[in-house]
Structure formats: structure tokens, C-alpha cells
Design a protein around this ligand. Structure first.
Ligand code: COA
Length: 253
């Protein structure tokens, strides 16, 4: 089982647990995470959701093999269903980034309410290096959060960055020692047990309301480009290079 779920003391936990593949997320795993978010939303006893990974790895992003066999072509594809559930989750979502967070591993953090990062974690959005484009409104949210100069380092060059950088850029709340990050995130999640859920829900909705139309519009534009890019010779070269454990060669494009 590569997604573990549990509800304890008002907190629904979604744990990505596929360490042998660096927590790469398959379609089945996206579906399991989407289901867990739907169940958490419907369960009045759940006051907050915690998303976490394994020691040293949050997620290496989309499972590249699964991704090439079943490219996410439409709104019903598992990655979209998961991200829609995450963006639509009415309860606070807290991420405990236990290690590397690559691709969608970083993108999903842009849609969480609180993000706590291990001091060992590295984040990255290497879409360009993979011949792709950003996804789920990261091309809009990242420049808005940190300005175009720093966004260009992360989105055009795909430079990895630390938890401290993520805090400075407004992606994360705090950096914690690796042994503390999940405990701390859980403590924050449990604080919602003492707060009125209706006021929390309406405040979260208000905080997102002003930019939700632009986010949805951007997701549509990105999705069409991302789908086309997945079939591109550039992406094919990048993915083949990954599995052949060599550097990609883009000199012929
Ligand atoms: N999809 C599919 N398989 C993946 C994967 C992914 N995103 N990330 C890692 N794996 C697999 C590797 O193929 C390898 O499998 P193998 O043992 O059968 O050869 C295994 O997980 C371990 O990965 P490895 O690369 O050997 O570990 P590492 O510690 O050297 O590096 C990462 C870890 C996360 C830095 C590296 O795996 C990586 O860069 N992954 C791809 C990240 C990425 O580009 N994500 C965006 C996808 S859209």
C-alpha cells in the first residue's frame, strides 16, 4: 500500500509511502489521496488534514513511467482529481515536507494552508529540464509569491532550493529538524480541534476567493500545454535519459 491514511485526534493523515521509488506518485496513489481528502471533508470529526511522506523523501513527483503510459490528458485523470480535491478541501491542509519535494511535490505545497519543511529537504520544480511546463497554476502563483527574478530561477532553470529559501519566498511557514517536522505539523493541525470549524471554513474560502478565477484559468492553459509537451521529443529525451541514468542531450532541438 503506497498511500497510508489514518484519522487520529481530529487530524486525517495522508502519508505517501513508497520509499523504494522515492515516493513517486502513480495514478492509483493520486486516486487514493483524492478519496482520502473527500472522506476527510465529509467527516465532521476531522478538523484538519496532514499530508506527509517518508524520512528523507516527501515525493519525487509524478511516477515518470506511469505518467508516460497514462499521460494526464483530461480533468478526470487522477492527478487532476487529486489536485481538485486539494484545492477544494474546505478544511485546513498542513504539509510536513519530510525530505525532497520534486515537481508536483512542490506544486502541491502552493495549495496547502501550512507548510513545514525538514532542514534536510530540497524542493524543486524541474519542469523545463523535463521538456515540460509548470502545472496547477504554479506559473501564476510562484511569480506572485516571490517576484519574477526568483521565480525564474525556480521555474526556468529548475534550481533546487532549501526549506529556508521556501520560507523566505513565502512557500513555507518554517524549517524544522528532520525529527521534528511531522510532530510540529501535527501539533498545528490539532490546534483546529479548539477552533470553531465554520469560521475556519469560511475564512479559508475568503482567503482563496480573490484569486480562484485566475488560478482556474491558468490551470486550463497549463494543462493543454503540459499535455502537448508530454508528447514532445524534448520530454521523450528527458524521460529516456532519467531511466537510462544519463544526462539528457537537448543539443539537437
Ligand atoms: N518516477 C518513477 N520512478 C522514480 C521517480 C519518479 N519520479 N523518482 C525516483 N524513481 C525511482 C528510480 O527510477 C529508482 O528506481 P530503481 O531503483 O528501480 O532504479 C528509485 O526510484 C530510486 O531513485 P534514484 O534516482 O536511484 O534515487 P536517488 O536517491 O539517487 O535520487 C531523486 C532521488 C528523487 C533526486 C531522483 O530519483 C530524481 O530526480 N527523481 C525524479 C524527479 C523528477 O524529475 N520528478 C518530476 C517528475 S514529473
Amino acid at each position: 500500500m503506497s498511500i497510508k491514511t489514518a484519522t487520529l485526534n481530529g487530524v486525517a493523515t495522508i502519508e505517501i509511502a513508497r520509499p523504494e521509488k522515492k515516493n513517486a506518485i502513480t495514478g492509483a496513489m493520486y486516486s487514493a489521496m483524492a478519496d482520502a481528502l473527500t472522506v476527510a471533508t465529509a467527516d465532521a470529526a476531522v478538523r484538519a488534514v496532514l499530508i506527509t511522506g517518508q524520512p528523507g523523501i516527501f515525493t519525487s513527483g509524478n511516477d515518470i513511467e506511469d505518467f508516460m503510459q497514462r499521460p494526464p490528458g483530461n480533468l478526470e485523470s487522477p492527478a487532476f482529481v487529486f489536485m481538485k480535491a486539494l484545492m477544494g478541501c474546505e478544511k485546513p491542509v498542513i504539509a510536513a515536507v519530510t525530505g525532497a519535494a520534486i515537481g508536483i511535490g512542490t506544486t502541491m505545497l502552493l495549495h496547502c494552508d501550512f507548510v513545514y519543511v525538514s532542514d534536510e529537504a530540497r524542493l524543486a520544480m524541474p519542469f523545463v529540464s523535463l521538456g515540460l511546463v509548470p502545472e496547477f497554476a504554479s506559473s501564476l502563483i510562484v511569480p506572485q509569491l516571490m517576484g519574477n527574478a526568483r521565480a525564474a530561477e525556480k521555474l526556468l532553470l529548475g534550481d533546487p532550493f532549501t526549506g529556508a529559501d521556501a520560507v523566505e519566498c513565502g512557500i513555507a511557514n518554517a524549517v524544522l529538524p528532520a525529527s521534528e517536522v511531522v510532530k510540529h505539523a501535527r501539533r498545528v493541525a490539532e490546534r483546529f480541534n479548539a477552533l470553531p470549524p465554520g469560521a475556519v471554513r469560511e475564512t479559508k474560502r475568503l482567503m482563496r476567493r480573490g484569486r480562484s478565477a485566475a488560478i482556474l484559468e491558468t490551470i486550463g492553459v497549463e494543462r493543454d500545454l503540459f499535455g502537448a509537451r508530454l508528447q514532445s521529443p524534448e520530454a521523450k529525451e528527458a524521460f529516456s535519459a532519467f531511466f537510462e541514468k544519463r544526462k539528457p542531450d537537448f543539443s539537437r532541438f
